[in-house]
Write a protein that binds this ligand. Structure first.
Ligand SMILES: Cc1cc2nc3c(=O)[nH]c(=O)nc-3n(C[C@H](O)[C@H](O)[C@H](O)COP(=O)(O)OP(=O)(O)OC[C@H]3O[C@@H](n4cnc5c(N)ncnc54)[C@H](O)[C@@H]3O)c2cc1C
Length: 450
């Protein structure tokens, strides 16, 4: 029999690991095959993306290679584009089908785990599709780091005050942990980097956080959210609550409070929505497009289909009000994956299933080197202790001993040496120099940043 896992993120990786461990005998006898389909050959530990952007962790250590960790599974690099669960068939496009221009592959399965996560939730804001930068992948995080340092180089070398001003204005939209941590880490990195420029001072830069609601970082609670606003403002970061981005056409961020900021950096982290592949299945979705699930993490009303994580609407049976779903975060995704893996094994062995129950324990967030905020198990921490807790917590959570050791080694070395301030933006165009030498035309930078 074949277990198909769509997605190689938190849920995909942890479910496959669990199954791999518990179905050892069946896997080696060939009675069961586990196939993991993922567009990337690695799982991204997203909570480390802000630190990767700041240069505190190298990009390779933020990801976990699927093939090495899932050595008893078959890893297919590709995407599921359609799922017909009634027929138990998934349609996949893989690198091979794209390269050969052949038809998408059909893969039959017996059990399905659907875990494609979420994508950025965008709004029809003029200019957003052309100039917005997301912050969900390691490529985006490293691209943003390079871009910010490049803007400082542009500001340092231009004689045009308008170009300099736009280069040194950084607008972040969305005050959840992705936006706040990315802004906190990058501002901290840029402030440090400025000491190596003769004509760019930290006070020359404008860092702006735009949030539509009345608070930021809801994950750490109201009081810690208020502290974060005060802390960011103390650092001269312009936090604008009750404010929306109305346009960023022509590289000018226009806000609902009337402010206008010419900028070359607009980072969009205003929430997530379920992955669109879910709509290409015959499985039931709720009004927000998440898969309707039971507390046992099976898809409602059908057999042999399972889901968890950002893509799944899982009833929160620990909540006091009925009808609540578990929030889309890593804390739930990891724990749900374990229950999900166990429940698949239980169902194969004809044993009763267990319901998923986890009370949210709070959150930790980093706001730059040695700065943070945390609200975990009722304890509220600020500044250095919160930042330290953030590191300890995520070090304990990042998958595999290998990654833990490498990240710890990097942090330790970083404590002994000065911070990395190099931008390797040219890595994004590795052929540019050779093309120029060969007489061709250098490719244009899509961000228009150089
Ligand atoms: C910058 C950032 C910081 C965060 N920090 C925190 C934090 O501090 N604490 C916390 O609790 N949460 C945090 N989160 C949220 C957390 O990372 C997500 O909730 C978690 O990743 C959800 O797990 P998942 O398995 O559902 O989705 P993901 O981990 O996103 O995995 C989905 C996978 O499916 C793949 N996929 C998508 N479509 C297809 C397809 N058609 N076919 C095959 N594969 C597909 C994707 O490429 C991806 O690998 C953060 C998120 C971001 C972006």
């Amino acid at each position: 029999m074949r277990i198909l896992i769509v997605g190689g993120g938190y849920v995909g990786l942890y479910t496959a690991l669990r199954l791999q461990r518990q179905l050892k005998r069946e896997l080696s006898s060939g009675d069961i095959e586990i196939v993991v389909v993922s567009p990337d050959p690695y799982m991204t530990y997203q909570p480390f993306l802000p630190e990767a952007a700041a240069g505190s962790i190298s990009p390779r250590h933020v990801v976990v290679p699927l093939r090495r960790v899932l050595n008893h599974c078959k890893v297919v690099i590709g995407e599921a584009t359609e799922i017909n669960h009634t027929k138990r068939v998934a349609t996949l496009t893989t690198l091979a089908t794209e390269e050969e221009g052949s038809h998408a592959e059909q893969l039959s399965y017996d059990e399905l785990v659907l875990a494609p996560g979420s994508i950025s939730r965008t709004l029809p804001v003029p200019g957003l599709a052309d100039f917005g930068i997301g912050f969900k992948t390691v490529e985006e995080a490293i691209g943003l780091r390079n871009h910010v340092i490049e803007q400082m180089d542009i500001a340092s070398s231009t004689r045009d005050p308008a170009i300099r001003d736009a280069a040194l204005t950084f607008v972040f939209v969305g005050g959840g942990y992705a936006g706040v941590e990315a802004l906190g880490e990058l501002e901290d990195m840029a402030r440090y980097t400025a000491r190596y420029y003769h004509n760019v001072k930290p006070e020359d830069m404008k860092w702006i956080l735009v949030e539509a609601s009345d608070r930021i970082l809801p994950e750490v609670g109201e009081e810690m959210g208020r502290y974060t606003v005060t802390e960011l403002r103390r650092r001269n970061i312009d936090v604008r609550l009750h404010t929306r981005l109305e346009s960023c056409a022509d590289r000018v961020a226009v806000l609902s409070d009337g402010a206008r900021f010419p900028t070359r950096t607009l980072v969009w982290t205003a929430g997530v929505k379920p992955h669109p592949i879910l709509a290409a299945t015959d499985l039931p979705l709720n009004e927000r497009g998440r898969l309707k699930c039971t507390p046992e993490l099976s898809v409602e009303g059908v057999s042999h289909a399972w889901a968890a994580g950002d893509a799944a609407a899982v009833p929160d049976i620990t909540a006091s009000e009925p009808g609540k779903e578990t929030a889309p975060n890593a804390q739930h995704a990891v724990r749900q994956a374990r229950t999900l893996g166990d429940n698949i094994v239980r169902s194969l062995r004809g044993q009763p299933l267990e319901a998923y129950a986890h009370k949210y324990v709070g959150s930790v967030a980093s706001l730059g080197l040695h700065k943070g905020v945390a609200h975990v198990y009722g304890r509220k921490l600020k500044g250095y202790p919160a930042w330290f807790m953030h590191r300890v917590y995520h070090l304990s959570r990042v998958p595999t001993f290998n990654r833990k050791a490498r990240v710890l080694a990097e942090w330790t070395l970083a404590g002994l040496f000065k911070r990395e301030i190099v931008s390797l933006g040219s890595l994004e165009h590795p052929r540019a120099e050779f093309e120029l030498a060969a007489g061709g035309k250098a490719p244009e930078d899509p961000k228009g940043s150089s």
